[in-house]
Write a protein of this length. Structure first.
Length: 307
């Protein structure tokens, strides 16, 4: 397969078939510190883009032979929204996807373009990266094409979020010594409170990066997550905790009131007794379990009903 890969089992989105819109090499307007692809000068277009009919032919074949796929993911060795025929591709994929969800993984750089926003509105799940909201931090970690301003990206996401009725995921990737300070997370929280995404994915470096940078620990991720008030955050844990914690029912409720807990949080930190208490809270309707773009969250029932 030239343009599709997988399916792969994604913890965040389910069984996913990937579509690579830049199969011949990296085509991106960022050169992020944490990218697993070889460092390259940022560009504003995909070089040698594949033809729509060739992509669709491969997708149809995979769907026919692997009908249990849950998500079709538009991605690229770079930034997929730079693909010149994205609007037509999305229309064609929506015609053939059947019961699958259509997902795009974007760095959010083109969200300032109203035409791109209209294309993204036709996609079931839109995942946008937002690692920093200060220009200095943004330039250091994402290394964007000259002229791209983080304030423009933030304004574009805010505009898009107001009209988007499906699942909007914001991904924050943390690099040690760059955006791992509470002060940066507090700034992000201020912005995200206004955007109010369906879910926030908070993670760190997983694959070997192009640059000599380091991840932070899951414990540090957990600490940074406390800066986000009342927002559903899925922490992408990469290591095991030193000790799991036993919480009382009241402590579980107080924690969930401050921030909905993902299944990953529960698996990572809750002791077996705490998990039993959580199950009892579910049975008594004090806590509600809901699924946001494939990730399970536990929220206070009152909070869910008040929305």
């Amino acid at each position: 397969m030239k343009y599709t890969f997988g399916p792969i089992n994604s913890r965040r989105f389910g069984l996913s078939l990937g579509i690579d819109l830049s199969p011949l090499g990296k085509s991106c307007n960022f050169d992020c510190l944490y990218c697993e692809l070889k460092a390259a000068k940022p560009i504003d277009k995909i070089e040698n883009p594949p033809q729509i009919e060739n992509i669709i032919a491969e997708v149809k074949n995979v769907i026919l032979n692997k009908p249990n796929i849950e998500v079709i993911t538009i991605t690229s060795n770079g930034e997929p929204t730079l693909y010149e025929n994205l609007n037509e591709l999305v229309d064609e994929l929506n015609l053939i996807k059947k019961d699958k969800k259509l997902l795009i993984l974007s760095n959010a750089s083109t969200i300032t373009d109203s035409k791109i926003q209209e294309v993204l509105k036709k996609i079931d799940i839109v995942k946008l990266s937002l690692d920093c909201v200060s220009q200095k931090c943004f330039e250091k970690i994402d290394r964007p094409l000259k002229g791209i301003k983080i304030t423009d990206i933030v304004d574009g996401i805010k505009t898009f979020a107001k009209d988007f009725k499906r699942d909007l995921i914001i991904e924050i990737l943390v690099v040690k010594g760059v955006n791992d300070k509470d002060s940066e997370m507090e700034k992000l929280n201020t912005v995200l409170q206004e955007i109010n995404p369906s879910r926030i994915d908070l993670g760190t470096i997983d694959r070997p990066p192009a640059f000599d940078v380091l991840p932070i620990s899951s414990e540090s991720l957990k600490g940074l997550s406390e800066n986000f008030k009342g927002l559903p955050i899925s922490i992408i844990h990469k290591d095991k905790p030193k000790n799991r914690v036993t919480f009382s029912k009241d402590e579980i409720l107080e924690t969930i009131k401050r921030r909905p807990q993902s299944q990953s949080d529960v698996d990572y930190l809750f002791s077996d007794i705490s998990k039993k208490y959580l199950e009892q809270l579910l049975n008594s309707k004090k806590v509600t379990k809901n699924i946001i773009a494939g990730v399970v969250f536990y929220s206070e029932t009152k909070r869910i009903l008040s929305k």
